[in-house]
Design a protein around this ligand. Structure first.
Ligand SMILES: Cc1ncc(COP(=O)(O)O)c(C=O)c1O
Length: 371
């Protein structure tokens, strides 16, 4: 069994992927070709944002958003310590200081009730993460940001396709940043990402940053990067968009079924040996990861591996405990919900082509492993 099976998906969309890639090879506009333009149009419409920019990765998307907001040395950006490293890494790489607030232990996303207390005169932005495929509580976060006149960047790397109160992830904050890493809900065949905004000025600035800060050929009012998505990746993503709504529906069905199988096997409530993820009532989740909580995780992981079921840990060490962030002065115990999650979370195989039998096999292996 694969943790994420991309081969079955490729078999389904092979004709479209191959045909679209072939077209790029023939027309030769490998960078910023017509596929990139068409993809940006489709993604902007899908997300409900005025502007979409295809970029080189989710990491670059975060950095470019911070650069566009002129964030740098002396500034603080608030995020969560329970996320993939890139979120806080890009804040630090931009020269700013990551300031952490703890997560809500139910959704694993930023707890908005802790946000105001973390805001200082140096705060320049808030960067919530929509972890595992469900959106952070963006209305509450936007409201606090608005009353403090701060911009919000949603790290939507794991939540492309998810909805919050009927709106799509990526389009609900001043800037949304996503990733098209192959294992993401919408993934290309290499690195890729996208930025979303309704703000014309920021869109122009981010377009400049994407190409070395140039506003016209060889004229540079600002610094930037080689931050573009290439045409072959855009071609792959256009092919995948043909089946994406169907795949999102499959992810939701499989998520519900996992939850039912886990509840039947382990029960629910605080005494259950395995707890399934909980999706907030106003959210739909794309389950970029299907992540449960267990005790004695290492033993469970080893036993499941022996039973032929791959698992992964997203993420084993909260970011305030990472060696590179030691200088920030945080200590163990500062973010108890993030620290507890880092010790207990375990992601199970999840992708739209997982069969019902495979799900039963996973949950049976989990039951044997925790026994
Ligand atoms: C929450 C989060 N932010 C940022 C990134 C970075 O995206 P990329 O790998 O495309 O650079 C990821 C990717 O794993 C992620 O999960």
């Amino acid at each position: 069994m694969d943790f994420i099976d991309l081969k079955t998906q490729y078999a389904r969309i092979k004709a479209s992927v191959d045909g679209r890639i072939h077209k790029v090879l023939e027309h030769g506009q490998y960078v910023m070709g017509p596929e990139c333009v068409e993809l940006e149009r489709q993604l902007a419409e899908y997300v409900g944002a005025k502007h979409c920019l295809g970029v080189a990765s989710g990491t670059d998307a975060l950095l470019m958003a911070l650069m566009a907001l002129d964030i740098g040395p002396g500034d603080e950006v608030i995020t969560v310590p329970f996320t993939f490293f890139a979120t806080a890494e890009m804040i630090a790489l931009a020269g700013a200081k990551p300031v952490f607030v703890d997560i809500d232990p139910v959704t694993y996303n930023m707890d908005p009730s802790r946000l105001q207390a973390a805001i200082t005169p140096r705060t320049k932005a808030i960067m919530p993460v929509s972890l595992y495929g469900q959106c952070a509580d963006v209305d509450a976060i936007n409201a606090i940001a608005c009353s403090n006149e701060l911009p919000v960047i949603e790290d939507a790397a794991q939540s492309f396709g998810a909805t919050y109160k009927g709106r799509r992830s990526g389009g609900m904050t001043l800037i949304g940043a996503t990733s098209f890493f192959p294992s993401k809900p919408l993934g290309c065949y290499g690195d890729g990402g996208a930025l979303f905004t309704n703000d014309d000025r920021l869109a122009t600035i981010m377009r400049e940053i994407r190409v070395h800060g140039q506003d016209r050929r060889y004229h540079h009012p600002r610094l930037g990067l080689t931050g573009r998505l290439d045409s072959i990746q855009a071609a792959v993503l256009l092919a995948k968009m043909e089946v994406f709504p169907d795949e999102v529906a499959a992810r939701q069905r499989l998520g519900d079924r996992y939850a039912a199988l886990i509840a039947a096997k382990f029960g629910t409530g605080p005494a259950a040996k395995v707890s399934a993820p909980r999706v907030a009532p106003h959210n739909t989740c794309v389950f970029a990861q299907y992540t449960v909580e267990v005790e004695q995780r290492e033993i469970v992981e080893t036993r499941m591996k022996t039973a032929g079921v791959p698992t992964a840990v997203h993420y084993p060490l909260a970011l305030h405990m990472q060696p590179v962030f030691r200088h920030l002065g945080y200590k163990e115990g500062d973010f108890p919900h993030s620290e507890a999650a880092a010790c207990r979370v375990l992601s199970l195989p999840m992708h739209p082509y997982l069969t019902d039998d495979q799900q039963v096999q996973v949950v049976d292996a989990l039951a044997a492993a925790v026994a």
